[in-house]
Design a protein around this ligand. Structure first.
Ligand code: TYD
Length: 199
């Protein structure tokens, strides 16, 4: 692996199990001697905390453009404060959500996904690997015992999933999130280790 570090992003609809997979991947890489930094978006910074409070509220009262601006502001801060320094230190950075979440979730509100992607790529490092955990939204919503965030409704998540399905690139991998957590983990780990060996 180069001294420039390595960036892995996990993506998928709410309830797809990304957070579990991010933790399992971090642990498996640490056990193999990699220096790992595990992080998430919305971030733990001030903008991220505000976004989490907003998402946990009862109404989605901000306009799509304002929502996007807030997620982008949080990401700029996250990139500068956490992601870039960790990559510079040669770490494997695993982020539970990244800019593809803005593309899919704010795109599903009617904004242009291609423009959201282009905006983010002006400042955020492109991940070396992206895993999109795919799960039919009906199943994902059923997994969530109760609604915790304004984003968690089936019609909306169908649109989110459709945008995730349209994303293409050599670094983008899709994993069936209906499988057992251990099976998903084994697939993600194998692809990651193969990519790291080739770095
Ligand atoms: P998260 O805490 O990962 O939710 P979960 O654990 O249920 O998957 O993410 C919070 C919510 O924020 C999630 O519904 C997706 C949404 N989100 C956006 O709409 N845009 C973004 O850019 C990001 C990072 C998240």
């Amino acid at each position: 692996m180069s001294a420039a570090g390595w960036l892995v992003a996990l993506e998928g609809v709410d309830g797809s199990g990304k957070s579990t997979q991010a933790h399992l991947l971090a642990k498996a890489l640490e056990e193999r001697g990699f220096q790992v930094a595990l992080t998430q978006e919305p971030s733990s910074g001030p903008a991220g905390q505000r976004l989490r409070r907003y998402l946990a509220g009862s109404t989605r009262h901000l306009s799509p453009a304002v929502e996007l601006a807030l997620f982008v502001a949080d990401r700029r801060e996250h990139v500068d404060r956490m992601i870039k320094p960790a990559l510079a230190a040669g770490r494997v950075v695993i982020t539970d959500r990244y800019y593809y979440s803005s593309v899919a979730y704010q795109g599903a509100l009617g904004l242009d996904p291609a423009r959201i992607l282009a905006l983010n790529e002006t400042f955020a490092p492109r991940p070396d690997l992206v895993f999109i955990l795919t799960l039919p939204p009906a199943l994902a919503v059923a997994r969530l015992a109760r609604q915790r965030q304004v984003t968690e409704n089936r019609d909306y998540l169908e649109r989110v999933a459709a945008i995730y399905a349209s994303l293409r690139g050599p670094h983008i991998h899709r994993v069936d999130a209906a499988a057992a957590a251990e099976t998903i983990h084994a697939q993600i780990l194998e692809i990651t280790l193969t990519a790291l060996e080739q770095a």
